[in-house]
Design a protein around this ligand. Sequence first.
Ligand code: PLP
Length: 392
Amino acid sequence: MEKNNPEEQLSTVARELPPSAIREFFDIVYSTPDCISLGVGEPDFITPWTISDSGIYAIKDGCTHYTPNRGLPELCQLISEYIENKLCVSYNPETQVLVTMGVSQGLDLTLRSIINPGDEVIIFEPCYVSYAANIRLVHGVPVIIPTLPEDSFRIDTEKLRKSVTRRTKAILLNHPANPTGAVIDRQTIQEIARIAIENNLIVITDEIYSEIVFDEDYYSIIKIPEMKQRTVYLNGFSKSHAMTGWRLGYIAGPEYIVETMLKIHQYTALCAPSISQYAAVEAMKRGGKEVKKMLSEYTKRRNFITGRFNEIGLPCTIPGGAFYVFPDISSSGMDGHEFALELLRTSGVAVVPGSAFGKSSGRHIRCSFATSMDSLKEAMKRIESFMKSIGD
Ligand code: PLP
């Protein structure tokens, strides 16, 4: 009987992966007219035109071939300079940098390079929806440590220390974080580094939102000298330069890991898209002018949306970075999933249930403020009416 079930042909890991809870929601959103979406995790800005133009020129000039596997040497050089300027850490562009198809591929390559079946990777929930799935896909085991709203989603390093076992291979960090916007403070980073060094662990640090930091002191773990040799730094152009569709990111790390990643990349992807790489050269050369303009707009929106949520009676921590807020909606009497469904059905506002980012986040929703101020104002008006209608 079982033999006739076509699903038996699939790999067990792939078959058992749950579908992304975000996707399920967006299927409903697309079929809801006049819907305002606070659900998407990408900038509403269009890629700055000089960057797009560089991509167009690359096509016109016939730069449409494979590039070196590692990426265009000029781009690797600029990435290395960017990291050095921003974080005062130097990476050799010829051996310690790799251009990838987004942070997504950077993470996949990192995990494929270091994980043996059964190895544990510690992640902190709520977190980006892909982390646990990516770890499982390489036959690793995600070990989840919850972070709590009452602690401003701070990492409890005592819990971290206790979660390390013989099988622990790596700790995966993300800050500013999706979905909470939390930025890890310097002292916590130092404590995490200490635990990693004592237990000989690798740290993977996803810093894709590091250009969107508001008023906090931002500190990367790669700045700690002993950590450079055991940390893989992931970043990309999706969020900072509004380039999600160009699919371009990069990693920097110790040569022995990067060279292994390069081998896998050679066999599975050859190289990141050439046109996007030429556009990224321009993005790097412009030195973040547009990024600053976007940041100033995000700051206004963040202040507005957190103010409104707290006014309405849905407590909302002020995010230190990224473009998400993660309010607690338990005063509505619903869980995040019910709240999101009802809000969408009755008021045409799409938000993402907190449970999509981890089991401990059931009473939260994630709202992205990477959308225009007018849409945000209208969405908050609708959420206020929705809350009043529940109270009536
Ligand atoms: N990491 C985090 C924390 C994200 O939020 C996202 C996308 O939302 C990604 C990685 C994926 O980034 P990319 O577009 O570079 O693949």
